[in-house]
Design a protein around this ligand. Structure first.
Ligand code: PAF
Length: 297
């Protein structure tokens, strides 16, 4: 089976590269701006610092009918426009959504009601150093789960992914895993983007107060959605601390987006918390949400 990745950003290129290193067949579905000048090779700097040229097959929207398995690794706000262009996609092709944030799968399910739909989270670190030069900056976990009944029949996809990515597991409650990732993103991403700092800076004492407040707000909203499955506040704070330590030298995806003048996933991360807060007061989340909105192009 061939994997087709929709979205040739930093994370997409790392996943494609790791799949290719296991001899998996990989195609990159590219946007119009790459037509004509796309070079099918790109440079991947592995975790050990060694560079490798990755060879994938390039394809475009009109070849959608031939896609066997679609991994969507675009930014959250690009998912629906990018998928809408794939009018020829077979109803049998599984669609796997791996973007940050939440609120997109519902729209995809409406666009492609018959396709097996899966969602997942992937916490590998990736950074674009130049055009077609990508650095794998950190090993992470990958979790997949079914969004609709047809999607739940594709659990076997985790096997080749686990071989390539080092870890991949199936979850029967992927929405809980996604909300747990979103909770981490809703703390780290807007703070690092607003202050233009690496993740590890948030471990310094000047951020103690805002981290305490923000993590409490985000935890309350997510716990309300998770109900009896909610993690405790101390467990969430321990997880947050771990991610900050493990990714201390990394720049968050939102920091990178703001620094490069690109749109951000603010609406799908902090915006999701704002939209689901109900009666819970979230002054810090709201302030950061609006501050990032003002920084967007
Ligand atoms: O979005 C990101 O950058 C990452 O999910 C995380 C965990 C914040 C690390 O940088």
């Amino acid at each position: 089976m061939q994997w087709t990745l929709l979205g040739a950003g930093a994370l997409g290129c790392v996943i494609a590269g790791l799949l290719r290193q296991q001899d998996e067949s990989v195609a990159l579905m590219l946007s119009e701006r790459h037509r004509g000048h796309f070079h099918p090779l790109y440079e991947l700097i592995n975790l050990n610092g060694r560079s490798e040229l990755i060879n994938t097959q390039a394809c475009f929207a009109e070849q959608a009918r031939a896609v066997e398995c679609l991994l969507v690794v675009t930014k959250a706000y690009q998912v629906v426009p990018a998928l809408s262009a794939l009018t020829g996609l077979s109803a049998h092709t599984p669609i796997i959504l791996l973007h940050n944030g939440l609120g997109v799968a519902e729209q995809v399910a409406t666009l492609f009601p018959d396709n097996p739909l899966l969602a997942g989270i992937c916490s590998h670190g990736a950074m674009k150093e130049a055009d077609w030069k990508i650095r794998h900056t950190g090993k992470g976990e990958t979790w997949l789960g079914g969004v609709n009944e047809a999607g739940k029949k594709w659990a076997h996809l985790v096997e080749p992914l686990a071989r390539a990515l080092g870890h991949a597991q199936w979850s029967d409650h992927i929405e809980i895993q996604q909300r747990r990732k979103l909770a981490i993103n809703a703390v780290i991403n807007p703070l690092t983007a607003y202050h233009n700092i690496a993740n590890g800076e948030l471990l310094t004492s000047r951020f103690d107060e805002v981290l305490t407040q923000l993590s409490e707000e985000v935890h309350q909203v997510i716990a309300q959605l998770d109900g009896p499955d909610a993690e405790s506040l101390p467990a969430f704070r321990r997880r947050l601390q771990q991610v900050l330590e493990l990714t201390a030298t990394n720049y968050s995806s939102m920091q990178q987006d703001v620094a490069h003048g690109r749109p951000t996933e603010n609406d799908y991360i902090s915006g999701y918390v704002v939209a689901h807060a109900g009666q819970i007061p979230i002054p810090v989340t709201l302030q950061l949400y609006q501050a990032i909105q003002r920084l967007e192009p």
